[in-house]
Design a protein around this ligand. Sequence first.
Ligand code: SF4
Length: 184
Amino acid sequence: MIVPRGTNFQRAASDSLHFSRAARMSQSQFEQDVQSVYDWVDAEVAAAEPRCEISGRCCRFRDYGHRLYLTRIEADILFRQPLPDEHDTPAHTEAAAVDQVCPYQKNGLCTGREKRPLGCRIYFCDPSFDERCCEITEEAISRLKQIHERHNRPWEYNQLSWFFAQRTCELSDGDPGCRVDSKS
Ligand code: SF4
């Protein structure tokens, strides 16, 4: 659409463009800051060298009594990684299914590895890593909270299944019957 120079409409459109550019910049800075926490965690974990048996147990939540908690921004980053096609179905992504096993796991491996949240980066079933795991978790959560404060973002922390339920609602295009109760 073409509008005459100097009109209120054009000024409003220009303001809105600047605003959306600023919002994109601030979102991208927010995500870069979150990535810096991921990078710090990856380096600390690599230095501690915990043993991983590639059993995939850590992603089978129900079998091993795990719950994966993460923040909204971690979920947003993870969801940019498409699920394996055969797992992108309600049978794999509804909350009850996600509470059993993460739909990103395929053949015992994580298909969302690059974008996986902090909990997945820090947790190992190696008991000799337990103490360091707690220390890294505490520091990582503290850094993440500071980043949320700095960027004035709400702290939304919940289980992976809850974020999957929200994603389903968003994909359902505002279905009024879609309701997500907090599980925290
Ligand atoms: S995102 Fe990857 S590492 Fe984390 S629970 Fe899912 S499959 Fe496992």
